[in-house]
Design a protein around this ligand. Structure first.
Ligand SMILES: C=C(O[C@H]1C=CC=C(C(=O)O)[C@@H]1O)C(=O)O
Ligand SMILES: [Mg+2]
Length: 461
């Protein structure tokens, strides 16, 4: 049985259906209300039990958390992935009916998704379910923003739908997802860990340094993979919980397609847009943590003054500045980086703020920024071509933009590093390093090891 509120909503749904012009012009109906905080892990677990596709996002400062269950609509792209998704997104919004009195970022119609690092690179079996770009508008979405909790449901309406019937189905789903589950954090045991060709990877690092001595290429980011096997299926809500508990100052994300889940805890923001305010981050240059505060400080000082790490970092700053200046005014970038301390490592970090010029979408910025020299290299074309031809890895969505946007010009995309593709009882973890002409293959290999730690530690490693 549905209540008064749902009856009124059913009338609004019917009204939206009656406004539709033709049968092949389905449209989105979206409704947002305030709710009490649900147990986010139960929500994800219950969604998984019903085989509803799950998506999860939590920003590095915890200011926005978004949980998605099911797919009201999924937009997919190959080839020109940013443009293609942007066009479909805009088309969808043009025809949508949105009831969202709150106008809080991340509420109402929100697309969550990501992109492939390099669609020109041939895709392998590992990433078979992940297209060059995908955005999901969940059926049911919970947003926690400014300590308030909102629930949005999205329906994709067709001319032969009936408001009351849809509302009854929806009501059942809502009660189910917000109901009690016996969520218990599950641990898994790793029974196999295999590094994919580490010797060969170091050899490729060496080759990249030689390439830089004889070409215009200054920096090339090279990544590698490790494969894990567990004693049972990895439980996604438990992994998310462990990442939230252990990886502060990181974006925690999970995105599921056909049972495969790409999950991670990345420190790196690509771009955040809040109305006309734009934020980006230059993050490159890495050192380990010390065992004591004093040791931490010494390592941080060395990182700050180390020419090799500063060079790695400066290429990123130069490129992001150029990209942001094309689309923004009031670009503010400090002249020197800071050292930012994370749980297992330290990075050189430079924040970027700017004012977005009118009519520039988050997609244009993403397209301009991706890949920054923190993941590709410099110059872009030359380094990408080196990676495509020499890196023995299908990066898939690793190293690429992942995040969300809403219908009110808000959105945030992080760079999907410190991440893993989880497939049942198996996982692939990825980590890369910015290689410059004076890089040492063994030190870079060790750097990838500390970058793998956050994901390894929550996966029983
Ligand atoms: C490519 C990765 O990190 C990038 C981001 C920060 C620091 C980096 C570095 O110092 O090499 C990398 O450019 C990764 O973690 O897989
Ligand atoms: Mg580095």
């Amino acid at each position: 049985m549905i209540g008064i509120e749902e009856k009124q909503l059913a009338i609004l749904v019917d009204k939206a259906i009656n406004e539709m012009l033709s049968e092949d012009q389905a449209k989105l109906f979206s409704y947002t209300k305030k709710i009490n905080h649900p147990n986010i892990y139960s929500f994800l677990q219950l969604a998984g039990d019903r085989k509803l596709t799950r998506s999860f996002w939590s920003s590095n400062s915890n200011d926005v958390t978004i949980l998605g269950a099911g797919q009201a609509v999924t937009i997919q792209a190959e080839g020109q992935r940013f443009r293609s998704i942007e066009n479909d997104w805009n088309e969808l919004l043009k025809r949508a009916t949105i009831h969202n009195p709150f106008e809080k970022q991340g509420t109402g119609i929100v697309g969550l998704g990501g992109f492939a690092f390099d669609p020109k690179k041939e895709s392998t079996h590992l990433w078979r379910n992940f297209p060059a770009g995908q955005l999901t508008i969940p059926q049911v979405m919970v947003t926690i923003v400014d300590n308030q909790c909102y629930l949005t449901f999205n329906m994709y309406l067709h001319t032969n739908d009936h408001g009351f019937q849809l509302m009854e189905e929806y009501k059942e789903l809502e009660s189910y997802l917000l109901g009690e589950s016996n969520f218990l954090k599950q641990d898994i045991n790793m029974i196999e860990k295999k590094e994919v060709n580490p010797q060969q990877w170091m050899h490729t690092v060496q080759k990249a340094t030689e390439e830089m001595k004889t070409s215009i290429t200054n920096k090339i980011v090279l990544a590698r993979e490790i494969r894990l096997r567990f004693d049972k299926r990895a439980d996604i809500p438990s992994i998310i919980r462990k990442l939230l508990e252990t990886q502060s100052n990181s974006y925690i994300f999970a995105y599921e397609i056909d049972g495969d889940c790409f999950v991670g805890a990345t420190p790196e923001r690509l771009v955040k847009v809040e109305g006309n305010k734009l934020f980006s981050t230059c993050l490159a240059g890495t050192a380990p943590r010390g065992k004591t505060t004093k040791e931490d400080q010494k390592i941080a000082e060395d990182l700050f003054t180390d020419p090799k790490n500063r060079k790695e970092h400066d290429y990123v700053v130069q490129m992001i500045r150029k990209a942001v200046e094309r689309y923004c005014t009031n670009v503010d970038i400090p002249s020197e980086p800071q050292v930012y301390i994370y749980k297992t490592l330290q990075h050189l970090y430079t924040p970027v703020t700017a004012k977005l010029m009118n009519s520039n979408s988050i997609f244009s910025i993403i397209e301009e920024l991706h890949p920054t020299p923190a993941l590709g290299g410099t110059p872009r074309e030359e380094s990408m071509s080196f990676i495509r031809n020499n890196e023995r890895l299908d990066r898939g969505w690793y190293g690429a933009p992942i995040g969300w946007l809403d219908s009110n010009n808000n959105g945030e995309f992080a760079v999907a590093i410190r991440s893993a593709m989880i497939q049942g009882t198996e996982a692939s973890l990825f980590a890369g390093c910015g290689i410059v002409s004076d890089s040492d293959p063994v030190s870079e290999y060790e750097e990838t090891n500390i970058k793998l730690m956050p994901m390894l530690s929550v996966l029983g490693g």
